[in-house]
Design a protein around this ligand. Structure first.
Ligand code: NAD
Length: 346
């Protein structure tokens, strides 16, 4: 039985990590730590295990692995501390707030012989897995273009607070580009099997205000035009100001037709062929903020994959190393937006 500790007992821990560990028969939730101790106590009362007063005490215990669910600014330091204490780590996205820290996390995992997995759950959504398979088979030819979107009403719909840390540059590092853009940038790498080699990005704060009426400190809308290794060019739009229905869609335009992921209410995957035929797949729901905040329970598969990887001593497919290319693009987007010009990613 794998012993699990949770570091950061906030929203994502409560709606995803903790319940998904609790349902996995191969692990046991034994330890909780949160900066505000009462939150850790609440978790221990509900799920069993012990609430620790310090992170050191938790890491000195016999836990095998931890989930790092703290705010963005502390992902790297907490992950590195846990790896150095000999624990496997599942760290939430965005992996870190700069490239040096991201690389250091990967290096530390290697040195310690421990697994580092990142919570890029979009790679496990069934329509994405199937779309990747279809693209890799090659029968639809090459990717010409794409359009990926992740647009919802913003973190206050998730946290219930109007002045959430997601709006504080020191803690969040940057806004919707790091929060949602990291998912869809990673997804483009995953679906196409290609690297993004050039970006032109624009990061804007258009609408979101703090409770005192000042604009938030980070981007609430972010746009990028990505070029892939093959020369395919596509767009990313991520937004915290979509006050209508969530848009979590990705459309891949190929020589042989169009693949639509989560673009249709009934069919999570549509494959529209050039000859006019359409293959329709009703595979799953994408785990959405709306669904999770209303108590819905679509499993992301992230926790099961992490536990499996430890159990079978197999490196996780969503390894820290596999997310480095995505982080490079995210930081290049910030640079591009500042310079008002394109940035090549090497
Ligand atoms: N994979 C996804 O789709 C997804 C979805 C939502 C959130 N997230 C990520 O999960 C992380 C947490 O987000 P959240 O929505 O749960 O935020 P949250 O504010 O609800 O929870 C964070 C918790 O961590 C605690 N904390 C902060 N820094 C700490 C530290 N250094 N040590 C111990 N405890 C600390 C806070 O007290 C809080 O309880 C973020 O990085 C976010 O980007 C990922």
């Amino acid at each position: 039985m794998i012993k699990i500790g949770i570091i950061g007992c906030g929203k994502i821990a409560m709606v995803r990590h903790i319940p998904e560990y609790a349902e996995n028969p191969n692990c046991e939730l034994v330890a909780f730590y949160n900066r505000t101790h009462s939150k850790a106590v609440k978790c221990a009362e509900e799920y069993g295990g012990k609430a620790y007063e310090t992170i050191e005490d938790l890491l000195n215990s016999d836990v095998d692995a931890v989930s790092v669910c703290v705010a963005n600014a502390d992902h790297a330091s907490v992950t590195i501390q846990a790896l150095k204490a000999g624990k496997h780590v599942l760290c939430e996205k965005p992996m870190a707030t700069n490239l040096e820290d991201s690389i250091e996390m990967v290096k530390t995992a290697k040195e310690m012989g421990k697994f580092l997995m990142i919570g890029q759950n979009q790679r496990l959504a069934k329509a994405h897995v199937k779309a990747r398979e279809i693209i890799a088979r090659g029968e639809m030819g090459r990717v010409i273009s794409f359009q990926t979107n992740f647009c919802h009403p913003g973190p206050e719909g998730w946290t219930g607070k109007k002045d959430s840390w997601f709006y504080d540059r020191k803690v969040a590092a940057f806004g919707v580009m790091a929060d949602l853009g990291v998912h869809k940038t990673d997804l483009i790498h995953y679906l196409t099997g290609e690297k993004i080699v050039n970006t032109i990005a624009q990061l804007e704060t258009i609408d979101k205000k703090l409770p005192d009426g000042r604009p938030i400190e980070v981007d609430d809308n972010a746009f990028a035009i990505y070029t892939l290794e093959s020369g395919a060019v596509g767009t990313l739009h991520v937004s915290w100001t979509n006050y209508g229905e969530e848009n979590n869609s990705t459309i891949i335009y190929m020589e042989g037709g169009t693949i639509r992921c989560y673009d249709d209410e009934e069919y999570s995957l549509l494959v529209e062929k050039k000859d006019g035929s359409v293959e329709k797949f009703a595979l799953d729901l994408l785990t959405s903020n709306k669904e999770q905040t209303s108590g819905g329970r679509t499993s992301t598969g992230v926790i099961d994959a992490f536990v499996d990887s430890i159990l079978t001593n197999t490196p996780p497919s969503i390894s820290g190393e596999s997310v480095l290319d995505t982080m490079k693009v995210i930081f290049a987007n910030e640079e591009s937006a500042k310079k008002l010009s394109n940035v090549k990613i090497i």
